[in-house]
Design a binder for this molecule. Sequence first.
Ligand code: NAD
Length: 391
Amino acid sequence: MIATAVHPRLMRVGGGAVAELADVLKTFGLRRPLVVTDPFMVSSGLVRRCLDPLEAAGIAADVFSDTVPEPTDTVVEAGVARLEGRGYDCLIGFGGGSPIDTAKAMAILAHGRAAGAGQRMRDFKVPVAADAAGLPVIAVPTTAGTGSEATRFTVITDTETDEKMLIAGLGALPLAAIVDYQLTFSVPQRTTADTGIDSLTHALEAYVSKRANPHADSLALSAMHLIGRHLRPAYHQPDNAMAREAMMLGAMQAGLAFSNSSVALVHGMSRPIGAHFHVPHGLSNAMLLPAVTEFGLNDALPRYAEAARAMGVATREDSDSLAGSRLLEELRALNQELGVPTPKDYGIGDNRWEGLLPLMAKQALASGSPANNPRVPTEAEIIELYRRVYA
Ligand code: NAD
């Protein structure tokens, strides 16, 4: 098998790295950034962590802070309109996955529009290869995390169809990433849980994917080792520097892992839940992870067993089938301890849930992600899985 490996050209990783943001820009000869972030980053003052080092280096940065959680095509279009005539030479995505994904999508759409056509975000969704970007993106994550700082993906909701579109290609791969765990101390407990399970899902799905390869495997195993040991401490003790650092590194490695392999059925089924019911991405993954893992367990048992060993919930002496059941126990226990609700407990009414299942199953399959799962589901099996996780 021949695998293609893609990574940002430069990654600066470690506590305090954000102070070197201007240095990273200068390495690439960039001088006129637009910082893409969210309103909370501005109102809380966190955006100063990004702006101060730029100012100190004499780099004048503007800020676009109209991004929304689970970004939409309309926000991306507003961001692209903001670029016109201002001479920016790069975008800095500063925040969780939502601002970073918005910056990536702005860069892709800006290129499409520069080519002359009145293109929309949906013109770039998979299976189109979104390989070109109008501007380079420097990603600075403040959650641990989506791994978006290191992936060749962006996820944008089409507001006309309520579809969470997967957009994939080199155009979505940041030029550089600054991965500084010290930016995550202020992440609220719920978001620490949701983003942490998101990164665990990335690593596990990358590892069991039909597109797994040795390069992505090594990143996925390392990510599962880190996340398996440090997610609970990061959740219970927000100031635990060792846990925050491990989670940030694990999230980045998990991002690299799935970007060089793929995600699978959990993500395929998760995006429609996010789009129709506005459940944060990591949380909808968490709602699905135990049941979807159980669904595919026996079709890739040695891989799932190895994942359990990497996470530290099974040993080398355990048989694959024992390790597989330990993995399921751990995923259920993690959801319990991290307070992950079922869709019903989250407040989603059973009539709306049931009524949307056929459409959600179609959208899940259309995203292509379920085809990478060890056990590829039919539409009816996806509906059955949605029913199983509901209550
Ligand atoms: P987010 O960016 O939506 O942020 C969630 C909340 O946390 C926001 O209110 C934000 O202001 C707050 N927050 C972020 N950092 C903080 C900090 N340091 N301190 C205090 N509050 C902070 O959430 P997310 O889970 O990071 O990103 C989710 C998005 O990422 C979704 O749209 C999802 O589809 C996307 N995603 C993309 C990829 C990819 O490869 N491109 C992978 C996974 C997920």
